[in-house]
Design a protein around this ligand. Structure first.
Ligand code: SF4
Length: 375
């Protein structure tokens, strides 16, 4: 049943901020209400430059990117744009002020004629997902409760399918495509890679290939198994924050501290990569906490920051050096323990050890001694 408002046919969704974690829900919800969903183009340097023109220069990169995506939708002729205000996602679990105030930012910086759909989610104030969805529907002149509930159900189905796939190890892009096509394809076999790292980062930094400079693909090419927030169930991330002795304050903390802590406590990783946008306050607090816990567990951690001026060459050099150090460290430990007849590291299974030896041959011309393994 097409119940879309007579005047509005298309809803524009900026490919930024909450898009990366929630798009399957948004897509299913709006489609079920009878609207065509239009997403902005992928992030490019031109799009970032466009967004940067509207905000003060010390605004963080993801917000500049968000503004650029709104402008991109307007330039495409889409004049109804979804800009949610995600205040708190659980009681006293907050988003940063910029994410909370996104509708205000957009209203005040973009002086063009368009309609904003701007629902609020604020669980601290008892404004939950039902209210959030009702606000959207009412703004689109849909008032029938059953229609709204049915659209929420469709949204949840797509969202849950998406999570089921990412938690089984399917990549972000593949899981998103399958979820939108109404399919579930889980991962059953995994390639054995010599080392594993967890990337602690907001979805909007990590899965935007332009912002992260394709970090995941680069790591995989270097022989690294990569874990992200999308591989961890919410309850496990919440438990990990508690088990590591911290408490959750930020809404995005599950993708950062929760994810890193989960893999650190399970001894599943050889290193942690913390990726953040330059000048992000919440991230710097979370990274500092994690640095402390990583040091306690003797797991190396690197902090990579990005802004609109970050050059790919320097980024890759730092990444390369970090991965090389992790491989050398693990290989030395594994060889030492094998010689002494001890058990391998908890994160080294026998197949991984073979892969490690194979990779080690590639770097064997350089002298591998304990002195060039840094922590
Ligand atoms: S959490 Fe950090 S990067 Fe994200 S919008 Fe807020 S300040 Fe920017």
């Amino acid at each position: 049943m097409n119940v879309a408002s007579d005047k509005i046919k298309q809803i524009g969704i900026p490919r930024a901020i909450s898009y990366y974690n929630n798009y399957p829900f948004y897509y299913g919800f709006f489609k079920s209400l009878g609207f065509e969903v239009v997403i902005s183009d992928k992030t490019t340097t031109k799009l970032i430059n466009e967004g940067s023109k509207y905000v003060v220069s010390d605004t963080c990169l993801p917000i500049k990117v968000y503004v650029g995506h709104v402008v991109n939708l307007l330039d495409k002729g889409c004049d109804t744009i979804f800009v949610p205000s995600l205040q708190s996602t659980a009681f006293k679990i907050n988003n940063c002020s910029k994410i909370r105030g996104l509708p205000e930012i957009i209203r005040n910086v973009i002086d063009r004629d368009f309609k904003m759909i701007e629902p609020t989610l604020d669980k601290t104030e008892n404004i939950g997902l039902n209210d959030f969805c009702t606000m959207i529907a009412n703004d689109l002149e849909i008032f029938d409760e059953n229609t709204i509930k049915s659209a929420m159900k469709t949204g949840f189905e797509m969202y849950n399918n998406f999570l089921e796939m990412t938690q089984s190890g399917v990549s972000y892009t593949e899981a998103l495509k399958n979820a939108l096509d109404g399919k579930i394809v889980k991962k059953t076999v995994d390639i054995v890679r010599p080392i594993s790292v967890v990337v602690m980062a907001h979805g909007y930094n990590l899965f935007d290939e332009h912002i992260s400079m394709n970090l995941i693909k680069k790591l995989e090419k270097m022989g690294v198994k990569v874990y992200t927030g999308l591989n961890v169930a919410k309850d496990d991330a919440v438990a990990a924050i508690k088990n590591i002795g911290e408490f959750q304050y930020w809404a995005n903390e599950l993708d950062l501290t929760g994810t890193a802590a989960h893999y650190l406590l399970n001894n599943k990783i050889d290193g942690i990569i913390a990726l953040s946008a330059f000048g992000c306050g919440p991230d710097s607090l979370m990274f500092q906490e994690m640095e402390y816990h990583a040091k306690e567990k003797n797991v190396p951690i690197i902090h990579l920051t990005v802004d609109e001026h970050t050059g790919e060459a320097g980024f890759v050099t730092r990444l390369d050096a970090f991965v090389d150090m992790l491989i050398r460290k693990k290989r030395l430990n594994a060889v030492k323990k094998q010689k002494m007849g001890e058990k391998l590291l908890p994160s080294t299974n026998p197949n991984q050890f073979l892969a490690l030896k194979k990779y080690g041959q590639k770097i064997s011309e350089k002298s591998v001694t304990t002195s060039n393994v840094q922590m």
